[in-house]
Design a protein. Structure first.
Length: 364
Protein backbone atom coordinates (compact mmCIF):
# COMPACT_ATOMS: atom_id res chain seq x y z
CA UNK A 1 0.00 0.00 0.00
CA UNK A 2 1.42 3.37 -0.98
CA UNK A 3 0.97 5.99 1.71
CA UNK A 4 2.47 9.35 2.37
CA UNK A 5 5.21 9.74 4.98
CA UNK A 6 3.85 9.92 8.50
CA UNK A 7 4.72 12.66 10.95
CA UNK A 8 6.48 11.90 14.21
CA UNK A 9 4.47 10.22 16.93
CA UNK A 10 2.77 13.14 18.64
CA UNK A 11 -0.52 13.33 20.52
CA UNK A 12 -1.03 16.98 19.63
CA UNK A 13 -2.61 15.97 16.30
CA UNK A 14 -5.63 14.59 18.15
CA UNK A 15 -6.95 18.05 18.98
CA UNK A 16 -7.52 18.70 15.28
CA UNK A 17 -10.51 16.36 15.24
CA UNK A 18 -12.37 18.84 17.45
CA UNK A 19 -12.93 20.71 14.17
CA UNK A 20 -15.79 18.27 13.60
CA UNK A 21 -17.67 20.03 16.40
CA UNK A 22 -17.31 23.35 14.62
CA UNK A 23 -20.08 22.13 12.30
CA UNK A 24 -22.82 22.04 14.98
CA UNK A 25 -21.18 25.16 16.45
CA UNK A 26 -21.85 27.05 13.22
CA UNK A 27 -25.49 25.96 13.30
CA UNK A 28 -25.91 27.17 16.89
CA UNK A 29 -24.13 30.46 16.11
CA UNK A 30 -26.41 30.93 13.10
CA UNK A 31 -29.46 30.50 15.33
CA UNK A 32 -28.18 32.93 17.97
CA UNK A 33 -27.15 35.60 15.48
CA UNK A 34 -30.24 34.93 13.37
CA UNK A 35 -32.40 36.18 16.24
CA UNK A 36 -31.14 39.69 15.60
CA UNK A 37 -33.49 41.80 13.44
CA UNK A 38 -32.66 41.40 9.77
CA UNK A 39 -29.94 38.79 10.29
CA UNK A 40 -31.92 35.55 9.98
CA UNK A 41 -31.84 35.23 6.19
CA UNK A 42 -28.11 35.94 5.97
CA UNK A 43 -27.09 33.62 8.79
CA UNK A 44 -29.14 30.80 7.26
CA UNK A 45 -26.41 30.36 4.64
CA UNK A 46 -23.40 30.49 6.99
CA UNK A 47 -22.59 26.76 6.99
CA UNK A 48 -22.97 26.52 3.21
CA UNK A 49 -20.60 29.42 2.62
CA UNK A 50 -18.01 28.07 5.05
CA UNK A 51 -18.18 24.51 3.69
CA UNK A 52 -18.09 25.32 -0.02
CA UNK A 53 -16.13 28.58 -0.09
CA UNK A 54 -14.06 29.25 3.03
CA UNK A 55 -12.64 25.77 3.73
CA UNK A 56 -11.68 25.01 0.09
CA UNK A 57 -10.05 28.45 -0.21
CA UNK A 58 -8.03 27.81 2.94
CA UNK A 59 -6.89 24.53 1.41
CA UNK A 60 -5.94 26.04 -1.94
CA UNK A 61 -3.93 28.80 -0.28
CA UNK A 62 -2.18 26.21 1.92
CA UNK A 63 -3.04 28.20 5.03
CA UNK A 64 -3.18 24.90 6.90
CA UNK A 65 -0.43 22.49 5.73
CA UNK A 66 -1.37 18.88 4.98
CA UNK A 67 0.17 16.46 7.46
CA UNK A 68 -1.18 13.01 8.25
CA UNK A 69 -2.19 12.25 11.83
CA UNK A 70 -0.08 9.98 13.95
CA UNK A 71 -0.31 6.29 13.03
CA UNK A 72 0.10 5.14 16.63
CA UNK A 73 -2.60 7.15 18.42
CA UNK A 74 -3.88 3.99 20.07
CA UNK A 75 -0.72 3.79 22.20
CA UNK A 76 -1.47 7.12 23.84
CA UNK A 77 -4.18 8.78 25.84
CA UNK A 78 -5.00 10.72 22.67
CA UNK A 79 -6.05 7.43 21.07
CA UNK A 80 -8.78 7.00 23.65
CA UNK A 81 -9.78 10.63 23.32
CA UNK A 82 -10.23 10.53 19.53
CA UNK A 83 -11.94 7.15 19.83
CA UNK A 84 -14.70 8.78 21.91
CA UNK A 85 -15.36 11.75 19.65
CA UNK A 86 -17.90 10.05 17.31
CA UNK A 87 -19.76 8.81 20.41
CA UNK A 88 -19.83 12.34 21.85
CA UNK A 89 -21.32 13.43 18.52
CA UNK A 90 -24.49 11.43 19.31
CA UNK A 91 -26.12 13.75 21.90
CA UNK A 92 -24.84 16.84 20.08
CA UNK A 93 -26.51 15.76 16.84
CA UNK A 94 -29.84 15.26 18.64
CA UNK A 95 -29.65 18.59 20.49
CA UNK A 96 -28.45 20.76 17.61
CA UNK A 97 -30.90 19.21 15.16
CA UNK A 98 -33.72 20.04 17.59
CA UNK A 99 -32.44 23.63 17.75
CA UNK A 100 -32.26 23.76 13.96
CA UNK A 101 -35.80 22.44 13.51
CA UNK A 102 -37.15 24.91 16.07
CA UNK A 103 -35.40 27.79 14.31
CA UNK A 104 -37.11 26.86 11.02
CA UNK A 105 -40.25 28.66 12.21
CA UNK A 106 -38.39 31.86 13.11
CA UNK A 107 -40.80 34.62 11.97
CA UNK A 108 -37.84 36.81 11.01
CA UNK A 109 -36.78 34.40 8.26
CA UNK A 110 -38.17 34.88 4.77
CA UNK A 111 -38.68 32.25 2.01
CA UNK A 112 -35.09 32.51 0.77
CA UNK A 113 -33.73 32.23 4.30
CA UNK A 114 -35.95 29.21 4.95
CA UNK A 115 -34.54 27.45 1.90
CA UNK A 116 -31.00 28.33 2.97
CA UNK A 117 -31.68 27.09 6.49
CA UNK A 118 -33.10 23.81 5.19
CA UNK A 119 -29.96 23.26 3.10
CA UNK A 120 -27.70 24.20 6.02
CA UNK A 121 -29.40 21.91 8.54
CA UNK A 122 -29.43 19.05 6.02
CA UNK A 123 -25.75 19.68 5.33
CA UNK A 124 -25.08 19.63 9.08
CA UNK A 125 -26.85 16.27 9.47
CA UNK A 126 -24.78 14.86 6.61
CA UNK A 127 -21.37 16.26 7.51
CA UNK A 128 -21.70 15.70 11.24
CA UNK A 129 -24.41 13.14 12.04
CA UNK A 130 -24.01 10.73 9.12
CA UNK A 131 -20.21 11.02 9.12
CA UNK A 132 -20.05 10.15 12.84
CA UNK A 133 -22.50 7.30 12.30
CA UNK A 134 -20.35 5.98 9.44
CA UNK A 135 -17.45 5.59 11.85
CA UNK A 136 -19.65 4.00 14.53
CA UNK A 137 -21.38 1.39 12.35
CA UNK A 138 -17.96 0.07 11.32
CA UNK A 139 -16.94 -0.64 14.91
CA UNK A 140 -17.11 -4.10 16.48
CA UNK A 141 -18.90 -2.81 19.58
CA UNK A 142 -22.65 -3.37 19.46
CA UNK A 143 -23.13 -0.22 21.55
CA UNK A 144 -21.29 1.88 18.93
CA UNK A 145 -23.27 0.35 16.08
CA UNK A 146 -26.56 1.08 17.86
CA UNK A 147 -25.52 4.70 18.36
CA UNK A 148 -24.66 4.83 14.66
CA UNK A 149 -28.15 3.61 13.78
CA UNK A 150 -29.77 6.21 16.04
CA UNK A 151 -27.69 8.95 14.41
CA UNK A 152 -28.84 7.77 10.99
CA UNK A 153 -32.45 7.88 12.17
CA UNK A 154 -32.13 11.66 12.63
CA UNK A 155 -31.65 11.88 8.85
CA UNK A 156 -34.30 9.22 8.10
CA UNK A 157 -31.51 7.10 6.63
CA UNK A 158 -31.54 3.90 8.65
CA UNK A 159 -31.22 1.80 5.50
CA UNK A 160 -27.66 3.09 5.08
CA UNK A 161 -26.54 1.02 8.08
CA UNK A 162 -27.65 -2.16 6.32
CA UNK A 163 -26.60 -1.36 2.76
CA UNK A 164 -23.25 0.28 3.46
CA UNK A 165 -21.78 -2.57 5.47
CA UNK A 166 -23.34 -5.57 3.76
CA UNK A 167 -23.44 -4.44 0.13
CA UNK A 168 -21.30 -1.37 -0.59
CA UNK A 169 -18.08 -2.58 1.04
CA UNK A 170 -18.45 -6.05 -0.42
CA UNK A 171 -19.30 -5.03 -3.98
CA UNK A 172 -17.67 -1.60 -4.32
CA UNK A 173 -16.52 -0.91 -7.86
CA UNK A 174 -18.75 -3.60 -9.39
CA UNK A 175 -22.08 -3.68 -11.19
CA UNK A 176 -23.69 -5.06 -8.01
CA UNK A 177 -23.12 -1.81 -6.10
CA UNK A 178 -25.52 0.99 -7.00
CA UNK A 179 -23.43 3.34 -4.80
CA UNK A 180 -20.39 3.08 -7.09
CA UNK A 181 -20.84 5.72 -9.80
CA UNK A 182 -19.88 4.47 -13.24
CA UNK A 183 -17.85 6.53 -15.68
CA UNK A 184 -20.28 8.78 -17.54
CA UNK A 185 -22.91 8.85 -14.78
CA UNK A 186 -24.18 12.31 -13.90
CA UNK A 187 -24.72 13.22 -10.27
CA UNK A 188 -28.43 13.65 -11.03
CA UNK A 189 -28.88 10.13 -12.44
CA UNK A 190 -26.79 8.80 -9.55
CA UNK A 191 -28.98 10.58 -6.99
CA UNK A 192 -32.11 8.97 -8.46
CA UNK A 193 -30.49 5.52 -8.47
CA UNK A 194 -29.35 5.93 -4.87
CA UNK A 195 -32.73 7.15 -3.61
CA UNK A 196 -34.32 4.03 -5.07
CA UNK A 197 -31.47 1.62 -4.39
CA UNK A 198 -30.90 2.31 -0.70
CA UNK A 199 -34.36 1.32 0.62
CA UNK A 200 -34.86 -1.40 -2.00
CA UNK A 201 -31.57 -3.17 -1.27
CA UNK A 202 -31.88 -2.70 2.49
CA UNK A 203 -35.28 -4.39 2.49
CA UNK A 204 -33.97 -7.20 0.28
CA UNK A 205 -30.93 -7.82 2.47
CA UNK A 206 -32.98 -7.81 5.65
CA UNK A 207 -35.67 -10.04 4.14
CA UNK A 208 -33.06 -12.61 3.07
CA UNK A 209 -31.32 -12.48 6.46
CA UNK A 210 -34.54 -12.93 8.42
CA UNK A 211 -35.74 -15.73 6.17
CA UNK A 212 -32.52 -17.63 6.85
CA UNK A 213 -33.13 -17.16 10.58
CA UNK A 214 -36.85 -18.01 10.19
CA UNK A 215 -37.84 -14.70 11.76
CA UNK A 216 -40.57 -12.19 10.98
CA UNK A 217 -39.81 -9.05 8.97
CA UNK A 218 -40.91 -7.11 12.04
CA UNK A 219 -37.62 -8.21 13.64
CA UNK A 220 -35.70 -6.17 11.08
CA UNK A 221 -33.44 -3.42 12.41
CA UNK A 222 -35.02 -1.17 9.77
CA UNK A 223 -38.19 -1.16 11.88
CA UNK A 224 -36.16 0.24 14.78
CA UNK A 225 -34.37 2.97 12.84
CA UNK A 226 -37.43 4.17 10.95
CA UNK A 227 -39.51 3.88 14.10
CA UNK A 228 -37.07 6.34 15.68
CA UNK A 229 -37.34 8.61 12.64
CA UNK A 230 -41.10 8.55 13.09
CA UNK A 231 -40.60 9.48 16.74
CA UNK A 232 -38.43 12.50 15.83
CA UNK A 233 -41.05 13.58 13.30
CA UNK A 234 -43.88 13.16 15.83
CA UNK A 235 -42.00 15.19 18.45
CA UNK A 236 -41.37 17.95 15.91
CA UNK A 237 -45.04 18.14 15.03
CA UNK A 238 -46.23 17.86 18.65
CA UNK A 239 -44.03 20.65 20.03
CA UNK A 240 -43.55 22.91 17.01
CA UNK A 241 -46.29 22.16 14.49
CA UNK A 242 -46.61 20.56 11.07
CA UNK A 243 -44.28 23.04 9.42
CA UNK A 244 -41.42 21.87 11.63
CA UNK A 245 -42.32 18.23 11.04
CA UNK A 246 -42.08 18.74 7.29
CA UNK A 247 -38.81 20.61 7.81
CA UNK A 248 -37.42 17.62 9.72
CA UNK A 249 -38.27 15.25 6.87
CA UNK A 250 -36.86 17.57 4.22
CA UNK A 251 -33.59 18.14 6.07
CA UNK A 252 -33.24 14.36 6.13
CA UNK A 253 -33.67 14.26 2.37
CA UNK A 254 -31.01 16.97 1.96
CA UNK A 255 -28.67 15.01 4.24
CA UNK A 256 -29.17 11.85 2.19
CA UNK A 257 -28.47 13.71 -1.05
CA UNK A 258 -25.32 15.22 0.48
CA UNK A 259 -24.09 11.78 1.56
CA UNK A 260 -24.74 10.33 -1.90
CA UNK A 261 -23.07 13.39 -3.43
CA UNK A 262 -19.98 12.42 -1.46
CA UNK A 263 -20.34 8.77 -2.50
CA UNK A 264 -20.52 9.86 -6.12
CA UNK A 265 -17.18 11.67 -6.10
CA UNK A 266 -15.48 9.07 -3.88
CA UNK A 267 -16.03 6.22 -6.33
CA UNK A 268 -16.70 7.85 -9.70
CA UNK A 269 -15.45 5.72 -12.56
CA UNK A 270 -13.33 3.34 -10.46
CA UNK A 271 -14.07 -0.32 -11.11
CA UNK A 272 -12.82 -3.75 -10.03
CA UNK A 273 -11.83 -6.07 -12.83
CA UNK A 274 -12.68 -9.75 -12.98
CA UNK A 275 -10.08 -12.44 -12.40
CA UNK A 276 -9.58 -15.49 -14.62
CA UNK A 277 -12.06 -17.37 -12.44
CA UNK A 278 -14.75 -14.85 -13.35
CA UNK A 279 -14.94 -13.47 -9.83
CA UNK A 280 -14.23 -9.85 -9.01
CA UNK A 281 -10.77 -9.09 -7.74
CA UNK A 282 -10.12 -7.94 -4.16
CA UNK A 283 -10.81 -4.39 -3.07
CA UNK A 284 -7.74 -2.25 -3.76
CA UNK A 285 -6.66 1.33 -3.24
CA UNK A 286 -7.72 2.09 -6.82
CA UNK A 287 -11.39 1.52 -5.93
CA UNK A 288 -11.87 4.85 -4.13
CA UNK A 289 -10.62 8.40 -4.47
CA UNK A 290 -8.61 10.21 -1.82
CA UNK A 291 -8.95 13.95 -1.19
CA UNK A 292 -6.13 15.61 0.68
CA UNK A 293 -7.39 18.51 2.76
CA UNK A 294 -6.30 18.60 6.37
CA UNK A 295 -9.20 20.80 7.54
CA UNK A 296 -11.85 18.69 5.80
CA UNK A 297 -10.37 15.42 7.00
CA UNK A 298 -10.22 16.61 10.60
CA UNK A 299 -13.82 17.88 10.40
CA UNK A 300 -15.08 14.70 8.69
CA UNK A 301 -13.24 12.09 10.76
CA UNK A 302 -10.90 11.28 7.84
CA UNK A 303 -13.82 10.32 5.60
CA UNK A 304 -11.87 11.57 2.58
CA UNK A 305 -9.06 9.06 3.10
CA UNK A 306 -11.47 6.72 1.43
CA UNK A 307 -9.05 4.44 -0.42
CA UNK A 308 -7.45 3.27 2.79
CA UNK A 309 -10.87 2.96 4.43
CA UNK A 310 -12.08 0.51 1.79
CA UNK A 311 -8.94 -1.59 1.97
CA UNK A 312 -8.99 -1.56 5.80
CA UNK A 313 -12.64 -0.91 6.81
CA UNK A 314 -12.13 -1.95 10.45
CA UNK A 315 -9.29 0.53 11.02
CA UNK A 316 -10.46 3.51 13.14
CA UNK A 317 -10.62 6.85 11.39
CA UNK A 318 -7.64 8.33 13.23
CA UNK A 319 -5.34 5.57 11.91
CA UNK A 320 -6.30 5.92 8.23
CA UNK A 321 -3.41 6.98 6.00
CA UNK A 322 -3.02 9.15 2.94
CA UNK A 323 -2.72 7.10 -0.25
CA UNK A 324 -0.79 8.22 -3.31
CA UNK A 325 -3.46 7.45 -5.89
CA UNK A 326 -6.14 7.90 -7.01
CA UNK A 327 -6.36 11.44 -5.72
CA UNK A 328 -8.41 14.47 -6.73
CA UNK A 329 -6.36 17.62 -7.35
CA UNK A 330 -8.84 20.01 -5.74
CA UNK A 331 -10.36 20.44 -2.25
CA UNK A 332 -13.50 18.54 -1.28
CA UNK A 333 -15.90 21.49 -1.52
CA UNK A 334 -14.67 22.45 -4.98
CA UNK A 335 -14.95 18.88 -6.27
CA UNK A 336 -18.52 18.65 -4.95
CA UNK A 337 -19.52 21.85 -6.74
CA UNK A 338 -17.72 20.67 -9.88
CA UNK A 339 -19.83 17.49 -9.87
CA UNK A 340 -22.97 19.60 -10.31
CA UNK A 341 -21.74 20.72 -13.74
CA UNK A 342 -21.55 17.37 -15.49
CA UNK A 343 -19.57 18.33 -18.65
CA UNK A 344 -16.97 20.23 -16.61
CA UNK A 345 -16.67 17.41 -14.07
CA UNK A 346 -16.02 14.89 -16.85
CA UNK A 347 -13.50 17.23 -18.50
CA UNK A 348 -11.49 17.39 -15.28
CA UNK A 349 -11.91 13.84 -13.95
CA UNK A 350 -11.82 11.60 -17.03
CA UNK A 351 -8.11 12.26 -17.75
CA UNK A 352 -7.42 11.34 -14.12
CA UNK A 353 -9.37 8.10 -14.61
CA UNK A 354 -7.24 7.31 -17.65
CA UNK A 355 -4.11 7.77 -15.52
CA UNK A 356 -5.50 5.43 -12.87
CA UNK A 357 -6.31 2.81 -15.50
CA UNK A 358 -2.74 2.99 -16.81
CA UNK A 359 -1.22 2.57 -13.32
CA UNK A 360 -0.48 -0.95 -12.05
CA UNK A 361 -2.76 -2.00 -9.22
CA UNK A 362 -1.52 -1.52 -5.68
CA UNK A 363 -1.65 -4.75 -3.64
CA UNK A 364 -4.79 -5.22 -1.55
Amino acid sequence: MTISPTSKDNTKHGIGYLLAFAIPGIIVASVVLGRRPGWADYMAFALIIIAFCVVPTVSVLKLVPDRPPCRRFKKHIAGRYVHLLPIIAFPIQILVLAIGVAHSINPGMGPLGTIGWLLSVGLFSALFGITASHELIHRRSKFARVLGGILLSTACFGCFKVVHIRLHHRYVGTDHDFASAQRGDSIYAFWLRALIGNPREAVRLERDRLQRLNRSLWRSELVTWYGLSTLWFTLSVSFLGWRSGVFFLLQGLVAILCLEWTNYIQHYGLTRGRETTGRYGPVRLQNAWTIDCRVSNFALFNLLRHSDHHVRPQVPYYNLQRTATPRYPYPFGFIMLLALVTPLFRYVVHPLLDEVAATPNEPA
